[in-house]
Design a protein around this ligand. Structure first.
Ligand code: UD1
Length: 354
């Protein structure tokens, strides 16, 4: 069996790692195509190195652009790649422009498409990711759902017959990396002169929080006003938007620095007093590490983290301050994201149906 994985953005490299390892272990031919959506070394290369993925087989070098320009460039480059390799499956990940481009190109070439992390919904049509997810799920032949809630969304949309619950592959990676960094002191402690549990770890990058200068200023000032130092791992998008609008990302409690490599990120989150984020992955990673999370959004796809009390939604400065200072949530052994073996299940399902 031959699978082509198409990835392009940081969270997809994390999801790719366990799939690549499971494919190799099963003797499956696995071709990795990197669209080039993310190209900064700290958003791309370090994940391939740290997570043992090697280098992509094909790199499209598409880079940044408006949604149409970026997605269109990927589409026109992918046809030739799929034609050359003629895989049994094209595997697409999550909800980025790279996901929808690969699904559309493959389905039009009559190559079976499997969507990993299918069925997540925010029901917020202002999010580019929501369109990417819905369109990819409806185009794909096989929907690999991470949670029971995702399965139910797909059933409601009439896609139940194409759906298989496999669990969450980010959990596979998190468990592995958590064990690898256990006992390691986070590099942030020395860098900022902080003690363990004496800071919040923040990431903000979504269009809804960064594109409107007034909204970005509101989020930055909320973080700057918190009761402990806040280390912002600043994605290039937030750095660019803040610079364009004259917003200082280091003010009050807030200190910005470049994104961290994945093992350092996990060590830094584990040692923090709490995570403040609009990232999907980090909400779940915080839950799996049992670190309280405050999510700067009006909704989340990972509703289980909210139901279990480890995550709260917060938008205003008051809500964010209340979120980070809330009492520690109750301990839980509930495992809505699976057992850390989702990737093996994905490869087994793809092999059965090749
Ligand atoms: C993309 C995904 C988002 C995901 C995020 C993870 C879409 C629509 N969005 O958002 O779902 O959560 O990746 O990080 O696909 N830039 C750089 N260097 C890079 C990449 C981007 O400087 O390597 C800057 C550019 O100014 C670019 C901007 O960031 O225009 C936005 O990048 P883009 O890839 O369009 O979306 P993300 O915000 O990264």
């Amino acid at each position: 069996m031959k699978i082509i994985s198409v990835v392009g953005a940081r969270p997809q490299f994390v999801k790719l790692a366990p799939i690549h390892h499971a494919a190799k272990a099963a003797g499956v031919e696995h071709v990795i195509v990197h669209t080039g959506q993310h190209y900064d070394p700290m958003l791309s290369d370090v994940f391939f190195e740290d997570l043992g993925i090697g280098t992509p087989d094909v790199h499209l070098g598409v880079g940044s652009g408006s949604h149409g320009v970026q997605t269109g460039a990927m589409l026109s480059a992918l046809d030739a790649v799929f034609d050359e390799h003629r895989p049994d499956w094209v595997l697409v990940y999550g909800d980025t422009n790279s996901t929808v481009a690969a699904a559309l190109s493959a389905v039009k070439m009559h190559i079976p498409v499997a969507h990993l992390e299918a069925g997540l919904r925010s029901f917020n049509r202002r999010m580019p990711e929501e369109h990417n997810r819905v369109m990819t799920d409806h185009a794909a032949d096989l929907l690999l759902a991470p949670t029971q809630v995702a399965v139910e969304h797909l059933e409601r949309e009439g896609l139940g017959e194409r759906t298989v619950l496999v669990g969450d592959v980010m959990t596979d990676v998190l468990f592995d990396v958590r064990d690898r960094v256990a006992g390691r002191t986070s590099t942030l402690l020395a860098e900022f002169g902080l003690g363990e549990g004496a800071y919040y770890l923040a990431t903000i990058h979504r269009a809804e929080n960064t594109d409107d200068p007034a909204r970005l200023a509101q989020v930055v000032s909320a973080l700057a006003g918190l009761d402990k130092p806040v280390i912002l791992l600043a994605h290039p998008r937030v750095v660019a938007k803040a610079a364009a609008h004259g917003i200082d990302l280091t003010q009050g409690s807030l200190r910005a620095r470049a994104p961290l490599a994945y093992p350092d990120l996990i060590a830094a989150a584990a040692a923090s007093a709490g995570v403040v984020t609009d990232s999907g992955g980090l909400q779940k990673e915080a839950f799996l590490l049992r670190v309280p999370c405050t999510t700067v959004r009006t909704e989340t796809e990972w509703v289980e983290t909210i139901d279990l009390g480890w995550n709260v939604l917060a938008n205003t400065a008051e809500e964010i301050a209340a979120g980070v200072t809330r009492p520690r949530p109750s301990a839980t052994d509930v495992a809505p994201y699976g057992d850390g073996h989702a990737a093996e299940r994905v490869i087994a399902v793809l092999s059965e149906r090749a």
